[in-house]
Structures are given as structure tokens and as C-alpha cells.
Write a protein that binds this ligand. Structure first.
Ligand SMILES: Cc1cc2nc3c(=O)[nH]c(=O)nc-3n(C[C@H](O)[C@H](O)[C@H](O)COP(=O)(O)OP(=O)(O)OC[C@H]3O[C@@H](n4cnc5c(N)ncnc54)[C@H](O)[C@@H]3O)c2cc1C
Length: 393
């Protein structure tokens, strides 16, 4: 087994979970963790319910980079960007942040094994208007600090995208007395995760709580207005807001891997041992794609971290994905969803009443392959999850 350092790039949940799992199995090997952010440990899902929980960017960070370094016996280089990987030489090029805007110095780091845990970038809509650059997105704790500052004193926030993250932020903003308006080209919330009737159940609860929706609406421009900002929609109507937050999806960060000649699809392509197409280079988390699956959620990355740590410690282990339900953090409409595999033929059956909503997805053979449960029906989540077959067995 190689004894050259294990180098992990990225200090999100994927990078830190991998480092933790690896240290449980190997207490000796040198471990170097690199990040272009501050390197502190925080739980990204908390960003979209931090207002209700009265969290600030500072209190979201559970452990600093220095604490993580001490706990894991690791060397952590924060605020340094990995700019290139030479897979033939097993080295990477790190640009350390310079003082006061200077370029920073370049350092070469040699790895025995390399783990790319680079995450994903928020997708930016091509918007016109003189305030298009003011549209925010919240994909890490630094973004959250900017968002928290901007909503100070704000009364109206427009959210672009009625997916999971857009709806969570909308619900959370209510805790601060802010009026959220969610704009989406689709005709309902969580359109990619929920069948029609379940989506309507959620829509009604969120609307009753104070969320406004503009469905079937494409935002074309964001301009400065006399008071705040004005969003112009494709039908010519407008939405006024003090702050605009975009949550229209994420794109795995593949540029570094691509430039190094690694196979990439939607994400960095890895096999079930989390190995990329280059020797001793691995990828996990939002940046990775395993057998065509790129699942930007916590449970998949934790399964990946355990499997990869075992492989790095010399125990050959294939990644297994059990059914992995996602809890949607919309307290106005408590929801747990376990989406069926993309493209699988089958039908949804939904039962709903005032107290709850249960939607079950059966495939052509009649087997349960996915579900969404809301309100009182969330009590069924464990029983249902146990009946859904593993995504990767
Ligand atoms: C608001 C929000 C709410 C969410 N809620 C849920 C939820 O309720 N449940 C759920 O399962 N999932 C949720 N998710 C998704 C989940 O949080 C992510 O899947 C997960 O956190 C991704 O972790 P990661 O480590 O792969 O990526 P990231 O956390 O993005 O980490 C990437 C790391 O790579 C570093 N990096 C990138 N490029 C470089 C480079 N070139 N050089 C050096 N460092 C680099 C970054 O600085 C960062 O440290 C949510 C996501 C968001 C945005």
C-alpha cells in the first residue's frame, strides 16, 4: 500500500466525511486537506433553514479548519485554489491566496492518492438588466453571509426556481417576516421530484403560510427600481423585490478534472470504488457521477465516503446505495421524497386529505420504486423506504 500522502481537495461534507471515515481506518498515513474556502466544517443543508434557527454564518461553522486538522491529524491548507493536476507526475498545483489581492504563490503538492470533493456551481440564468449582477445564490457559508447581510431590513425577496432549495429558502424567509415570491417557468413546486397532486398539496400549504408563487413565468431581466429591484417576466409583467436569490440548479465542478484528461460526463466519472479514469485519483460528492447517477444530496455522499475510505485503506469495497429519501425542510409542508430512478416507466398514485398526502410510484411490474409523503403521512417514511429497492445494490 502506498504511503505517500492522501490529498483531499474540498472541505464540504464530502471532503470532511471522507477524511473522517479514512481516519477511522488508517491513523498513520499523512493526510492533506486543501480548500479554496476557509475550510471550517458546517452542514450545508442548514443554510436553507438558518433564519428560522437564528443561525449566522459564524455560528453555522461547527468546527474551524484548525480544529478539524487537530481532530484528524491532518494538514489543512485553506484559502488555496487547486489550479491543475498532473496525473502522470501525481502532483497538483495549488495557488495560495496572496496578501491584499496579490496573485499568491504557487506550490506543487505530491499525492499518493487524490480525492476530488469539489462540489458543484450554482447555475446562473442569462439575465438582462442593470442589476443582473446583484442576483445572489447561496451554495456555501460565505454566500450565506452575503445573503444574510443583504436581507437585513428587506421586506420582499424574489426567488428564482421553485425546486427544493428555492422552496426551502422561501419558507425560511417567512421566519424573518419577509415576503417571498417564487418565480418558476414550471407550473408547480418541486416539479422534478413530486407528482402533480403532491406538488399542489405543498403549494397550498406554502401559500397559506405566506409564500407567493408565479408559475409559468420566465424572468428576463433584473433592473434597479425606485425602491429595490424589478424583475421583468417574459409576459411583460413585473415582480418587485429588495433582494433576488437564484436557486435554479447546480452543475458539478468538472473543469479541473477535464483539464487533467479525466473522463467526465455530467459529473467526474467514477466507478463503484469511486475511482476516476486516472490512477490514484478519486471523486466524491456533488462533483462525482457514479454509473450515470449524479445525486447532489448528503446520504449519497456519506455512502461514497465510507466506500472510498475503505478502498483507500486497502479494503476493496463497492459503493452501495440503499433507497435514500430526502427530507424537504419546508415546515409549512413537511415533506419526505424518495424519487424513482430517472426515466423509469411507471405510475404515481396519490392519496391526499387535509392532514397529509402520500404519493407512491410503482413500476410496470407493480413494485414500489419511489414515494413522496407529506404532513401526517411522513410517519410512513421508514416503512416505505424499507420497501423501495436499492438504487445500487
Ligand atoms: C441550501 C442547500 C440546502 C440543501 N439541503 C439539503 C438537504 O436538506 N438534504 C440533502 O441531502 N442535501 C441538501 N443539499 C445538498 C447537499 O448540501 C450537498 O449535496 C452537499 O453539501 C455537497 O457537498 P460537497 O462536499 O460535495 O460540495 P461542497 O460543499 O460544495 O464543497 C466543495 C468544496 O470544494 C472546494 N473547492 C472547489 N473547487 C476547488 C479548487 N479548485 N481548489 C480548492 N478547493 C476547491 C470548495 O471550496 C468546497 O470546500 C442542500 C444544498 C444546498 C445548497
Amino acid at each position: 500500500m502506498t504511503t505517500a500522502p492522501l490529498v483531499v481537495v474540498g472541505t464540504g461534507l464530502a471532503g470532511w466525511n471522507l477524511a473522517r471515515e479514512f481516519r477511522k481506518l488508517d491513523k498513520e498515513r499523512a493526510l492533506i486537506v486543501l480548500s479554496r474556502d476557509g475550510g471550517g466544517f458546517y452542514s450545508k443543508p442548514m443554510l436553507s433553514n438558518a433564519l428560522a434557527g437564528k443561525k449566522t454564518a459564524a455560528t453555522l461553522i461547527m468546527k474551524s479548519a484548525a480544529q478539524m486538522a487537530a481532530e484528524l491529524g491532518a494538514t489543512v491548507h485553506a484559502h488555496g485554489e487547486v489550479e491543475g493536476i498532473d496525473v502522470a507526475a501525481s502532483t497538483l498545483r495549488l495557488r495560495r491566496q496572496g496578501d491584499q489581492g496579490s496573485e499568491g504563490r504557487i506550490e506543487a503538492i505530491t499525492y499518493g492518492d487524490l480525492v476530488l470533493a469539489l462540489g458543484a456551481d450554482p447555475i446562473r440564468l442569462p439575465l438582462a438588466g442593470d442589476a443582473a449582477a446583484e442576483v445572489l445564490s447561496v451554495n456555501d457559508v460565505d454566500d450565506y453571509a452575503r445573503f444574510a447581510e443583504r436581507i437585513e431590513g428587506a421586506k420582499r425577496v424574489a426567488l428564482l426556481g421553485a425546486g427544493l432549495i428555492g422552496c426551502e429558502f422561501a419558507n425560511d424567509l417567512l421566519a424573518r417576516g419577509i415576503e417571498p415570491t417564487v418565480v418558476d417557468i414550471a407550473d408547480r413546486p418541486l416539479g422534478r421530484l413530486l407528482p402533480e397532486a403532491a406538488a399542489q398539496w405543498m403549494r397550498q400549504r406554502l401559500e397559506a403560510a405566506g409564500v407567493k408563487f408565479r408559475f409559468g413565468a420566465a424572468v428576463q431581466a433584473v433592473d434597479r427600481a425606485a425602491q429595490g429591484l424589478r424583475l421583468t417576466l417574459a409576459d411583460g409583467s413585473a415582480v418587485e423585490a429588495d433582494v433576488v436569490l437564484s436557486a435554479v440548479g447546480l452543475r458539478p465542478r468538472v473543469a479541473l478534472a477535464q483539464a487533467a484528461g479525466l473522463a467526465v460526463g455530467r459529473g467526474i466519472v467514477v466507478d463503484r470504488r469511486l475511482a476516476t479514469s486516472a490512477p490514484h485519483v478519486h471523486a466524491i460528492g456533488d462533483c462525482a457521477e457514479v454509473q450515470g447517477l449524479s445525486l447532489p444530496f448528503v446520504l449519497p455522499l456519506m455512502a461514497q465516503a465510507r466506500a472510498l475510505a475503505a478502498n483507500l485503506a486497502g479494503q476493496t469495497t463497492d459503493l452501495v446505495y440503499p433507497a435514500m429519501p430526502v427530507t424537504v425542510k419546508t415546515p409549512a409542508s413537511p415533506t419526505v421524497v424518495c424519487p424513482p430512478p430517472a426515466g423509469l416507466a411507471g405510475t404515481w398514485q396519490t392519496q391526499a386529505d387535509e392532514a397529509g398526502c402520500a404519493a407512491l410510484f410503482h413500476d410496470a411490474s407493480g413494485a414500489l420504486r419511489g414515494f413522496a409523503v407529506m404532513g401526517a403521512a411522513t410517519a410512513q417514511k421508514q416503512g416505505l423506504a424499507a420497501r423501495v429497492p436499492a438504487l445500487l445494490a
